[in-house]
Design a protein around this ligand. Structure first.
Ligand code: ATR
Length: 270
């Protein structure tokens, strides 16, 4: 029988994870069963117990459970501990559970390998200071950028994150309107695109060399991507590649080998 995996969330019906993981398995000639499981909003602990009892080998975790799972798991990777969120669970054969977070490495792999960006010595602007932003800070700093600026609508949240990660590299906090310099890379980790909004940052943050990346993905340009194009950003991308790369890293944790991602990114773009 095929090993069983699932993505858990609420809502979950539109998740692309089953498609992605089945494509990884097919591409690497493996057989897995991967489903999307709707978990009641107040039922994460019972949900984890049930799926583990049913013999699932691992789970992906999505909105709104990443922080709750982080709190409930004692055995976690360092990157998950720093991220404050778990997006991947391994159910070990001895019944124990292990939590990891592959979102940050997924973003960095998409930027460096798929888009060919060298992050070292770059001036990076990260928009947002919620869970999505927090999860990518340590992986970005590991590439030794010249500066990582966290800008957020609520300045105090950006300041809290900057203080939390200060020991790992050059990081500073800012409000949106106070930004004056341009950046090599601007990453939108706010949820503003969900409402069709763009964080109100000055257009001077974009030069003709700037790459603008939205961690959201969409079949049409997000509001942030539209804004970036309007201000002549050198290049733009949505977060589809990040989605596939974080999934590939989860797959590697469970299956021991990293699948080919480009074919799956191309498949999803069709
Ligand atoms: P996620 O897990 O997606 O990061 P979150 O923790 O609720 O979700 O954080 C949402 C982020 O998007 C926050 O940085 C939020 O800014 P505030 O901290 O000021 O609330 C930001 N955000 C949401 N809607 C926004 C909007 N319309 N304009 C600018 N920032 C927005």
């Amino acid at each position: 029988m095929s090993d069983k995996y699932a993505v858990i969330g609420n809502p979950i019906a539109h998740s692309k994870s089953p498609l992605i993981h089945h494509a990884f398995a097919k591409e690497s000639d493996q057989s897995i069963a991967y489903t999307a499981e709707l978990i009641p909003l107040d039922g994460i602990e019972a949900g984890l117990d049930t799926l583990q009892q049913k013999g699932f080998k691992g789970l992906n975790v999505t909105v709104p459970f990443k922080e709750q799972v982080w709190q409930s798991l004692t055995d976690k990777s360092e990157r998950a501990t720093l991220a404050g969120a778990v997006n991947t669970i391994v159910f070990n054969d001895d019944g124990s559970r292990y939590g990891d977070n592959t979102d940050g490495v997924g973003l960095c792999l998409d930027l460096t390998q798929n888009h060919g960006i060298d992050l070292a010595n770059k001036r990076i602007l990260l928009l947002g200071a919620g869970g999505a932003a927090r999860g990518v800070i340590q992986p970005l700093l590991a590439f030794q950028p010249a500066q990582l600026t966290i800008a957020n609508r609520t300045l105090s949240k950006a300041q809290t994150l900057a203080a939390l990660f200060n020991h790992l590299g050059p990081i500073r906090a800012s409000g949106f309107e106070q930004l004056t310099d341009n950046f090599d890379l601007i990453i939108n980790a706010t949820s503003a695109s969900l409402q069709g909004d763009v964080p109100p940052i000055p257009s001077a943050t974009i030069s003709s060399q700037t790459f603008c990346y939205d961690m959201m993905y969409s079949s049409t340009d997000t509001a942030f991507i539209q804004w970036a194009k309007k201000h002549q950003a050198a290049k733009t991308s949505d977060g589809l590649g990040m989605l596939v790369e974080q999934a590939a890293e989860s797959f590697r944790l469970w299956r021991g080998s990293k699948p080919n991602t480009q074919t799956v990114i191309d498949l999803l773009r069709q």
